[in-house]
Design a protein around this ligand. Structure first.
Ligand SMILES: [Fe+2]
Ligand SMILES: [Fe+2]
Length: 323
């Protein structure tokens, strides 16, 4: 392994996380004070016979949803359904200390309801071809998800900080696009976006603890993941096309990623961090230049010839035009 990518050994980073236990406990307390205790069945449940008319109305509304919204729901749902991968990787990276295990359990329980409520919605709204979601989910879980975190707890915290915000933005933008046509989908996705915002707040401030205790190593780890966030789901069949649809629909792409990276760098005051070594100083400077680089990439993509139609086997209408 390249030594620049492993500036502090796994055990040393774990020790920093363990030493931060009182501050982590305070972050969990803050999260618990603001979290919503909700369950999927409170948002989506058409199981009683007298709800059959409402179920038909839901399907009528869902039939008219813009295909780009359905594609976004599929990609974001599959991402949520990758939870077994995320639970394993996070557990491997935060150690066995009780406070971190407490967080991992609570986070997993909260994330599990995301996939569940989206799945219930997709089934009841008859959003996709029968069986298509099951196959994609099975294949995603079977293919695995192994990002290059190099056994670094700091890299995990940097990644999850950015990823939670990305998921929040993606759910919130899909909710916004769905709002006029399908209020139940808007309500479900807005609820998820609220959870993701609180998860982001935890991970971001947990990463700030690492940054304060061990700035050189934390900067190097952040600089290793931020330029190209490897989104979970890259192994899903059709992932690139789904991501392209999301970008063109204004749900999530380099433009949105540039904004959240900029906001995160400001939150951590990365420009003011004074590392000890020259390598970490270069990493800090590269991070500060990143939002402009990502915005330039977004400009280039927007000037490229745009995809006009796309085809997905999971869509009931298969072929659809982007509007
Ligand atoms: Fe989630
Ligand atoms: Fe989350």
């Amino acid at each position: 392994m390249n030594p620049c990518c492993r500036p502090t050994a796994f055990s040393a980073q774990l020790q920093v996380l363990a030493d931060a236990a009182p501050a982590v406990a305070a972050l969990i307390d803050r999260h618990e004070a603001s979290r919503l205790d909700w369950l999927p069945g409170e948002l989506v449940d058409f199981s009683d016979d007298d709800q059959l008319p409402a179920l038909r109305e839901l399907r009528d509304r869902a039939r008219g949803l813009d295909p780009a919204i359905k594609v976004s729901v599929m990609l974001n749902l599959l991402t949520e359904e990758g939870l077994p991968h995320f639970h394993r990787i996070i557990s491997e990276h935060v150690g066995s200390q009780a406070i971190w295990q407490r967080w991992t359990r609570l986070w997993t329980a909260e994330e599990d309801r995301h996939g569940n409520v989206m799945r219930d919605y997709a089934r009841d709204a008859a959003l996709f071809e029968p069986g298509a979601l099951d196959r994609l989910q099975f294949d995603f879980l079977d293919a695995g998800f192994d990002p290059d975190w190099a056994g670094s707890p700091y890299r995990l915290l940097a990644y999850t900080s950015l990823q939670e915000r990305a998921t929040q933005v993606s759910h919130a933008n899909t909710a916004r696009l769905a709002a006029a046509h399908e209020p139940l989908l808007q309500k479900v996705l807005a609820r998820l976006a609220g959870d993701e915002a609180r998860h982001c707040a935890f991970y971001r401030d947990a990463f700030a603890l690492a940054l304060a205790a061990d700035p050189d190593a934390a900067l190097l780890e952040l600089a290793s993941v931020a330029p190209k966030l490897s989104m979970p789901g890259g192994t899903i069949a059709g992932f690139q096309m789904m991501a392209e649809v999301e970008r063109q629909a204004g749900v999530f792409g380099p433009r949105e990623y540039a904004a959240l990276v900029s906001e995160s760098l400001s939150h951590w005051a990365i420009g003011d961090v004074e590392p000890h070594g020259s390598e970490a100083r270069r990493a800090r400077d590269a991070l500060m230049a990143l939002p402009a680089r990502l915005s330039a990439l977004a400009d280039r993509l927007e000037h490229r010839r745009q995809l006009k139609t796309f085809e997905f086997a999971f869509l009931r209408d298969r072929l659809a035009a982007l509007v």
